[in-house]
Write a protein that binds this ligand. Structure first.
Ligand code: ADP
Ligand code: PAZ
Length: 408
């Protein structure tokens, strides 16, 4: 299978009558989010059987399906909603059937992430499908390489509130550092297609933000916590350099008075109880602490291997301005402007995309790219709870990618 002619267009919520779904792949986070990537053909061919999709002949004489890649996510604790969603799509299998020793076809969905192990029996029981497990790091890297090579605009820098898309030179992509901020954080040095090493990681990641945030603020969902951070002031709780040095910079070691000397440090001497702090200030301090830490460790790993480009992904980011700004500033500060933090539009779907691409082992080197970006109106997402959109929007679900799937 190959994917070609990639473009990003407005997504329309496909109904059973207007689109047929074939390949679908999952990235099931053990404790937070299930990510789905699925392919739907452009037109309904009601004459085709329920088991196969009508393919036309592609430019290289091979059968090709024209359509779109769609993205959706669900909270893992609402896994039954995800299963209902997949059932509602009436997967028509193309290339995802496998024949067992008995000769009978069994339905297989590619899946990665810890949950592919944890929930395999549930998928079998509720949908009658087997999860064909793909390695999480392989999938993350395959997803990142695909996005960086085939989709434009995809990567961007974020600094001082300015988002700037970056054109990636295909011949000058490697090596780079991929930092995936999920529940925990993986740092992967990528040297080429399928050529990578997980060089580091940290257990202080998205799960830490959400877990600690939940305990400290009593927020009921992640978006609420993120929204709070937007309104908070971290200086209420964080101890700044100026708090220690009587309002002065510590110029000799390059620290301005407004730099955070100690996250949450003020809580030691404030003589306050948890209830005396505003949840929004707690959320902001927490977000800053974790983003800053990830940015710093990432840069130190980039430095270890002489990498200039660091791509940050994972659903911790959620396109959130303050998170991206903090990470970018940390990378800029520690590298003295030498290294650049970059972010990905489809930040949370790398694993699911890699899982999708594992339907076949063909590379994506020969992609022709001609595309433009259009965002759907807010609220056109395909799954998940949109009642708490973060301040910057959460657009990556609202985009689909035009593509062709060549069938082998
Ligand atoms: N709606 C949400 N529910 C829970 N966590 C979310 C949500 N949106 C973003 N997150 C953040 O994303 C993290 C999970 O990121 P993700 O890339 O999906 O990795 P994982 O594979 O660990 O699930 C969570 O720990 C949390 O910080
Ligand atoms: C174990 C994991 C690869 C799982 O991936 P995740 O579900 O967090 O996306 C990740 O949580 C991780 O890299 N944790 C950090 C472990 C460490 O290096 O200390």
């Amino acid at each position: 299978m190959e994917i070609g002619n990639v473009g990003i267009t407005e997504v329309s919520k496909p109904t059973n009558s207007e689109a047929q779904i074939s390949h679908l792949a999952l990235d099931i986070g053990g404790s937070s989010l299930i990510k789905l990537v699925y392919f739907s053909t452009n037109s309904d061919d009601s004459s085709s059987s329920n088991d196969s999709l009508a393919a036309s002949n592609g430019d290289r004489g091979r059968p090709v399906l024209e359509g779109k890649l769609h993205f959706a996510k669900f909270e893992t604790q609402k896994i039954n909603d995800c299963i209902d969603f997949i059932r509602s799509k009436q997967l028509r299998l193309t290339g995802s059937e496998q024949h067992g020793a008995s000769g009978s076809a069994k339905c297989v969905i590619k899946a990665t992430g810890g949950g592919a192990f944890k929930y395999a029996d549930l998928f079998k029981e509720k949908l009658g499908v087997s999860l064909d497990k793909a390695d999480e790091m392989d999938c993350l890297v395959a997803g990142a390489n695909f996005l960086l090579k085939a989709v434009h605009p995809e990567a961007f820098t974020y600094m001082g509130g300015q988002k700037e898309f970056v054109k990636i030179d295909h011949d000058d992509l490697y090596p780079y550092l991929l930092v995936n901020i999920g529940s925990g954080v993986s740092m992967i040095k990528v040297d080429g297609p399928g050529k990578f090493e997980r060089v580091s990681g940290t257990n202080v990641g998205g799960g830490t933000f959400w877990g600690l945030g939940k305990l400290l603020t009593k927020c009921k969902n992640f978006d609420e916590l993120l929204e709070l951070s937007h309104r908070g002031n971290n200086r209420v709780i964080d101890m700044l350099v100026g708090d220690i040095y009587g309002g002065m910079d510590y110029t000799k070691i390059g620290l301005v008075s407004t730099a955070i000397a100690s996250s949450f440090g003020k809580a030691i001497s404030d003589n306050k109880e948890l209830e005396d702090y505003k949840p929004e200030d707690i959320s902001r301090s927490l977000l800053r602490m974790i983003s800053n830490n990830v940015g710093q460790i990432s840069y130190l790993n980039a430095l270890r291997f002489g990498l200039k480009r660091i791509f940050f992904a994972g659903f911790f980011i959620r396109g959130h301005a303050y998170t991206m700004d903090t990470i970018a500033v940390a990378v800029h500060f520690w590298s003295k402007g030498e290294a650049k933090a970059m972010f990905l539009t489809h930040e949370g779907f790398l694993g699911a995309l890699g899982s999708f691409m594992s339907y076949e082992k063909h590379g994506f080197e020969d992609l022709k790219v001609h595309q433009s970006v259009q965002q759907s109106p807010v609220g056109a997402s395909l799954g998940g709870d949109k009642s708490h959109d973060p301040p910057n929007g959460d657009l990556n679900e609202n985009q689909s990618i035009d593509c062709s799937v060549y069938l082998s």
